[in-house]
Design a protein around this ligand. Sequence first.
Ligand SMILES: [Zn+2]
Length: 285
Amino acid sequence: MNSNEISEKFRNAGVTVAPDRIEKLMENYKKFSVPQNEVERTVMRTLANENGIDITALYTKTVKIGDLKSEDEWVTLMAKVVQLWDNDHEAVSQVGLIGDETGIVKITVWKKAEIPLLLEEGKSYLFKNLVTNKYLDRIQVAATPNTEIEEIKEDIQAKGKEVTLSGAIVDVINGSGLIKRCPECKRALVKGACGNHGKVEGIYDLRLKAVLDDGKAAYSILAQAEIVTKLTGITVDKAKEMATEALDQSVVNVEIVKKVIGRYFTFKCAPIDTNYLVKEIIEVI
Ligand SMILES: [Zn+2]
């Protein structure tokens, strides 16, 4: 955005700000070698504060996920948290997928956004003023200090374009088997500690990360406990027993490997970044 466009945004919100005042501010921030999009946001935040208006009045454009196209846009979404991922990035509070009836998109909640709530899988939220960006040509959204998130009562239907994959599981990747998650943010614990919450009493979970090869390409697939149980007959409770008996958590992984490696499967999967989340087992040969 240039100074005229920013001025226009303020005019729409009922406030007059001269473009040369905006330019002056922009010049100032540029001196600190702040990236251009960050300059715009900082200038808008400054002027909004000065004029006592809510910055959301300037940005908010409620859209559907399927309509997200360009980067560096401020958008408001109503969406459901489809999945939260393990996150080991220090600057990130939570990362995962949110969806509405038109699609699914990756969301990153930056720590600096200071969002007072933690997103939970399966719950729906109003996400005000997320910023769009692109990674490997895929659109994503992020919660930044201008973002507000509130839980809503509506149950938003999340739909990603599912695909069917058939092939052999040729590899089981580290991090599969019995794991412990943080009871609050669901991150997998590393040595009993959560990256967000430190030492916590973890909750056991079961998962599979594997490579499925269809003869032409290899896909990295993820399966959550329910699917792992269907594939291997091992429940979370059974896995706990096995680990307790052997005094070793890795026995679970060994058993999973025995049950899946080299076998042919047809899965219905939801694409997530470069991975495929198994939603349904269609066939096992
Ligand atoms: Zn945690």
